[in-house]
Design a protein around this ligand. Structure first.
Ligand SMILES: [Zn+2]
Length: 338
């Protein structure tokens, strides 16, 4: 007997273990090699008969091989066990597990609907950061120092580096105009933040969609046509629209846009405060100061912009009377829309 014989026993055992297909077979292999009268026991028994200088190495090698066989046996046992579990788990005759899919949130539905309408007339979707700087949220939009919109009561300021939570989606306009050469035709939906107390019609977080067009020979008629296309496609063919002169720092001239009350049809009800009209958005021609700030030549290019509040539109469309319902995550409410 020599070292090669011991190693051959291991090679032989290794092959048998890898081919074993159940635990009974493994038990037999264990008994055959590692049992009290097993092959390894016989090898160890013969060690004293070896020449003295070969005994320590033979003893050491036998112990190593015993250990290796033992660990191969446990690995194979584990392998067979996992294999069995896997086969037990897959039963193709069982009825399929029904997976419940979540539905879209009403705010997402309204955003998607609005975007689809504007995409039809060439608008492209863009997004911008919710954490902004004073420059993008105010200064570049022609909102001067000291303007009430900059007040702590109207904007969430962050403690560092003049950063804030955007109070409107308009900063995206500035970012795009600075990066992309006109002509531009963009639409930017997203969250905005204002420190309003939570009540039926106010929330400190809500959603807006901002639209911006910059091109040569763009005028107020184009703005009116785009918004009219939107109103007719979103609220219905027969819904009338009106523009009221208004003031925004970043547009000139500016207007607020109303639609005839979709609840009472213009007769006057509590939703429209008996006026027959519902305000839905603000719009106007981009102020020359804004174009100048972003480096667009205002003698060649003009633009128009509009912004609308998604929650307000969704409330009107679905007849929802409390803005908090959008954010309470009450499944009974949310399920109605999916
Ligand atoms: Zn009404």
């Amino acid at each position: 007997m020599n070292i090669t014989d011991i190693q051959n026993i291991f090679t032989e055992a290794e092959e048998k273990i890898s081919q074993a297909s159940d635990s009974n077979e493994l038990d037999e292999i264990k008994h055959f090699y590692l049992g009290r009268k097993g092959k390894m026991a016989q090898v160890i028994k013969q060690i004293p008969e070896l020449p003295e200088e070969k005994r320590p190495l033979a003893g050491k090698e036998s112990n190593i091989i015993k250990g290796k066989i033992q660990s191969l046996l446990s690995d194979r046992t584990q392998q067979l066990k996992t294999g069995q579990e896997k086969t037990q788990k897959i039963d193709t005759s069982l009825p399929a597990v029904k997976r419940t899919l979540g539905g879209r949130h009403p705010i997402t539905i309204v955003i998607d609907d609005i975007c689809k309408i504007f995409e039809h007339i060439g608008f492209t979707l863009v997004e911008g950061p919710e954490i902004e700087t004073d420059y993008y949220n105010f200064k570049a939009l022609n909102i001067p120092e000291g303007h009430p919109a900059r007040d702590n009561f109207a904007t969430f300021y962050l403690p560092k580096d003049n950063m804030l939570l955007r109070s409107q989606t308009s900063p995206v306009q500035i970012r795009i105009m600075k990066d992309v050469e006109p002509p531009l035709r963009i639409l930017s939906p997203g969250k905005v933040f204002r420190p309003d107390n939570l009540d039926a019609s106010h929330s400190f977080m809500f959603h807006q969609i901002e639209g911006l067009v910059v091109d040569k020979k763009t005028n107020f008629t184009h703005l009116k046509a785009s918004l009219s296309y939107f109103v007719k496609n979103f609220f219905g063919r027969d819904v009338t629209m009106r523009f009221r002169p208004h003031y925004f720092p970043f547009t000139e001239p500016s207007a607020e846009v109303d639609i005839a009350c979709i609840i009472c049809g213009g007769e006057g009800c509590s939703v429209c405060s008996r006026t027959g009209w519902l305000e839905i958005l603000g719009a106007g021609m981009v102020h020359p100061n804004v174009l100048k700030e972003v480096g667009i030549e205002e003698s060649i290019f003009q633009g128009y912009a509009f912004g609308l509040g998604i929650e307000r539109i969704a409330m009107l469309k679905y007849g929802i009377t409390d803005i908090r319902m959008f954010f309470n995550n009450d499944m009974r409410f949310l399920k109605q829309f999916s």
